[in-house]
Design a protein around this ligand. Structure first.
Ligand code: SPV
Ligand code: MN
Length: 655
């Protein structure tokens, strides 16, 4: 259940401005004539009231309205340099921003959904009662922008006019946050009212970094008010906590798709990319938890559209359409290098692209450096914990890496050579033919396998796991990561899962429009397959082969081997693709290591998943039915072939 427009609208309540007349009074008080004139173009009273109440609450000295014009964006960037939220780098249009050492990722322990009494939330989410959130906002946000300038931007999450594009306001005292918004999202100031009238809803995001001191961090909060589609973010700067156009509004989009999408809409933590092969352009959307290769997969495409989020729906023509709500990437830079990411490296190392770096090392010549870039590293410089030298240890005696594992680069997609600008901006979206689910799985699943039917595909998504990554502060161990979207699912998992089953089984897909669903895993290690060491069996460039094989499979152009968990590629097909696409030998013994079915491992994994899901309430029966089918098949296979079943044995078993 999601109760829209129910309960106190905290922003309005605390701001206290209820009429448009009062709103204009406060605008006149805080804005110079130029900014006032800009705001006059916006007619929607609800949006104007949100802005007025944000001003009344935060009490900035002045307010800047960004129209998204070049001049306005340049002003924001200049202010950011003047305020030292960013510093210039040697490369033209490159800047560096540092977050506090204690805030290098999403502060999940301080992130809450604001809920009404009767509303259920996901067991994986933290929630706060509306009254408690109201009390926090009153205590900590009143006057939080005194002495500062507030910046207001009018954005669209997605190409204007797209079915699932939502207009959104970003209101912040941070020039870094607005500068990031300028790069990552589309301004629609010129036609904000029109977009709002079309979509019927908009989202509001209010952020204030406050004094930005480590001692304020315990009081930092990220609140998402589900009922009023409004976010509040305080005392923090990391974009995942502050630029809530991104994950804050993604959470609302998940809610809207689940509760108002009629089983025909999804909002996913997925890249969108296209692969040209044999004269066809096949579109993929794929989920992966943060830090598990989502950007890499997106970049492997010939026509990339997005690396983080996808708004998807079933179109009238029976195809699955997807748009990227963003227009830029906020990508992890660790392990980005010329070998694996030539297009991205060009933007990062050659002039011509506007880039905001965060939490990398800056050397004395003002050049950024990061882990895994395959370049010489300097001995010292400035990084996320201040002055750094090689071998420097933290308080616990652990060596501090040159860059934080969650260090990022922010840039527009259209700077990247394989971006597809026309299709990326198309309101009709791109027709997705392949859905992939991947995690960071060192020892169980093969590199690629295709679900036998939509139900199996949904359960592959439900079963994503990953080793902990650096995007969440304090995360350790191996985690279950349903659809890689769990951190962003506000309501009970059962509701979200129900929508997944409904969507992928929809009778409204045409025969050609219905996507195939697949699992992907780049993280199998030598030691998990009878060899030594934690090194990976595969490498980044192999991704192109996996995607191309999936494209061919989606078009019925390659045969496959049936296993209890789905279809896996045949050796000859892969060998040919390895050779023609990335000019690489693909020995049979590597294939065997990658695609043998490790039945005991998979059975263990299924047991772990069934047990964990068994604790949740009201989950669709189908989930457990699919686990049972996999179990039965694997046990039978194991009985006749032992616990490790090679592809040849699988072929023999199915004939
Ligand atoms: C992720 O962690 O999934 C990201 C970055 O894409 S953040 O903005 O922190 O969510
Ligand atoms: Mn993400």
């Amino acid at each position: 259940m999601l109760e829209l427009r129910t309960g106190i609208d905290i922003l309005t309540d605390v701001g206290g401005i209820e009429s448009i007349g009062e709103a204009w009074n406060i605008f006149k008080e805080k804005m110079d004539p130029g900014n006032l004139a800009k705001l006059e173009r916006i007619k929607n009273e609800e949006a104007l009231l949100k802005i007025a109440n944000a001003i009344a609450l935060c009490e900035p000295d002045s307010v800047f309205i960004s129209t998204g014009s070049k001049a306005d964006m340049e002003k924001t960037r200049q202010w950011s340099l003047e305020k030292c939220e960013e510093a210039p780098l040697a490369m033209k249009d490159h800047t560096i921003h540092f977050d506090l050492p204690e805030e290098q990722g999403r502060i999940v322990d301080r992130t809450f959904y604001i809920v009404n009494d009767r509303e259920q939330t996901s067991v994986l989410a933290k929630k706060i009662a509306r009254d408690d959130a109201l009390a926090y906002v009153k205590q900590y946000m009143k006057g939080i922008m005194k002495g500062k300038r507030m910046l207001v931007g009018f954005f669209s999450r997605g190409p204007a006019g797209a079915k699932l594009a939502f207009p959104a306001l970003e209101i912040t005292s941070s020039t870094y946050v607005m500068h990031s918004g300028d790069i990552l999202y589309r301004h629609v100031y010129d036609h904000f009212d029109e977009q709002l009238a079309r979509s019927g809803r908009f989202m509001t995001n209010l952020h204030a970094e406050g004094p930005n001191r480590p001692e304020d961090l315990p009081n930092a909060r990220v609140f998402m008010d589900r009922s009023w589609l409004t976010t509040f973010s305080t005392f923090c700067t990391y974009a995942g906590n502050t630029l809530l156009l991104k994950k804050g509004n993604h959470r609302f989009a998940v809610d809207l798709a689940t509760y108002y999408g009629g089983g025909e809409e999804l909002s996913e933590h997925m890249f969108i990319t296209g692969m040209k092969d044999d004269g066809d352009l096949t579109w993929f959307a794929g989920a992966a938890p943060s830090g598990c290769g989502k950007t890499t997969t997106a970049m492997a495409g010939t026509d990339f559209v997005g690396d983080d989020l996808a708004q998807m729906w079933i179109a009238e023509d029976g195809t699955l359409r997807a748009i990227n709500p963003e227009q830029g990437i906020f990508g992890i830079v660790a392990d980005v290098n010329r070998t694996g990411d030539p297009h991205l490296m060009k933007c990062l190392r050659e002039e011509g692209t506007e880039v905001i770096w965060s939490n990398v090392l800056i050397d004395d010549r003002k050049v950024p450096h990061w882990t895994g870039n395959e370049e010489e590293h300097p001995e010292e410089g400035l990084n996320f914990c201040g002055r750094w030298h090689k071998g420097k240890k933290d308080a616990e005696g652990k060596e501090i890496p040159i860059s934080h594992p969650n260090a990022r680069c922010t840039l527009r997609c259209d700077a990247i050579a394989n971006y597809s600008p026309a299709l990326g901006a198309a309101p009709e979206g791109v027709p997705i033919k392949v859905i992939t689910y991947s995690g960071r799985d060192a020892d169980t699943m093969p590199p690629v396998w295709v679900a036998k039917n939509p139900d199996h595909g949904v359960v592959i998504g439900a079963s994503i796991v990953s080793a902990a990554t650096a995007t969440e502060v304090g995360a350790t161990g191996v985690k279950r990561q349903p659809w890689a979207n769990a951190p962003f699912i506000p309501g009970p998992l059962a509701d979200y899962m129900g929508t997944q089953f409904e969507f992928f089984n929809s009778p409204n897909f045409s025969e050609r429009g219905r996507p195939i669903l697949a699992g992907l895993n780049y993280f199998l290690t030598h030691q998990a397959r009878g060899g030594k060491g934690p090194e990976l069996l595969g490498e980044k460039r192999d991704v192109k082969v996996w995607l191309t094989w999936l494209a061919r499979r989606a078009h019925g152009r390659v045969d496959a081997i049936e296993t209890p968990i789905g279809f896996i590629p045949k050796y000859e097909d892969l060998r040919r693709l390895f050779s023609s696409i990335i000019d690489k030998d693909y020995p049979y013994d590597l294939y065997e290591k990658q695609f043998a079915i490790y039945a005991d491992k998979i059975l263990e994994r299924i047991a772990l998943q069934s047990e964990a899901f068994g604790k949740e309430k009201d989950l669709p029966e189908k989930l457990f039915r699919v686990f049972d089918e996999w179990n039965t098949g694997l046990l039978k296979l194991k009985e006749s072939n032992g616990p490790v079943v090679t592809p040849d044995q699988l072929i023999a078993a199915t004939v």
